[in-house]
Design a protein around this ligand. Structure first.
Ligand code: SF4
Length: 175
């Protein structure tokens, strides 16, 4: 039976072909496991800000005038065209994270490595250096919902890890 818990999740993890290259992510086992237990709230930030699928690959680049991504300030730009999506993503992400906070979202499962969704360890480019940051949507969620249990799908391969995540989500909800 489903618990009264709401978890935000990167939409591509549900198998929707929303990734930049239209590829489908196989996270069916995890999604079925979670979906049998909690209410899932999927979202694809890049689609929501108006990007088509397929679309050019995005990356985070260090910029003193950029927005926060972990310990850095960055721009979110198209790898081929250099088009900046920074302001659009930053502003949309702040608004949507606020909606999740108001809706009682108490846990988040995000796609690893994405410059929009990645919860940590996302490549941040600075010349030839490759630093580590956080996707801009993940950053907004962490700001709007401090201490929310936030994981990437790659952390939930084992059932014991899934159970631990749900325990943290339950604890968050009753606070
Ligand atoms: S990682 Fe996030 S932005 Fe990228 S396709 Fe998945 S849901 Fe969309």
């Amino acid at each position: 039976m489903r618990e009264d818990l709401r978890i935000g999740i990167s939409r591509c993890l549900l198998g929707d072909p929303v990734r930049h290259d239209g590829a489908v992510v196989d996270a069916a086992d995890l999604v079925a496991w979670l979906g049998a237990r909690v209410e899932l709230w999927p979202i694809c930030p890049e689609v929501e800000i108006g990007m088509p699928t397929p679309r050019e690959l995005l990356e985070l680049q260090v910029s003193p005038n950029g927005v926060p991504s972990g310990a850095h300030r960055v721009r979110l730009v198209g790898v081929e065209t250099g088009t900046s999506w920074t302001t659009r993503m930053h502003d949309w992400a702040a608004r949507h994270a606020g909606k999740w906070a108001a809706a009682g979202i108490s846990g988040v499962v995000l796609k690893a490595g994405s410059p929009s969704c990645g919860a940590g360890g996302v490549p941040v480019h600075s010349g030839t250096l490759r630093l580590s940051g956080r996707g801009l949507f993940a950053q907004a969620v962490a700001t709007a919902l401090p201490d929310i249990p936030m994981v990437e799908e790659s952390e939930l391969e084992r059932v014991v890890a899934r159970e631990a995540f749900l325990a943290a989500v339950r604890a968050r909800r009753v606070r």
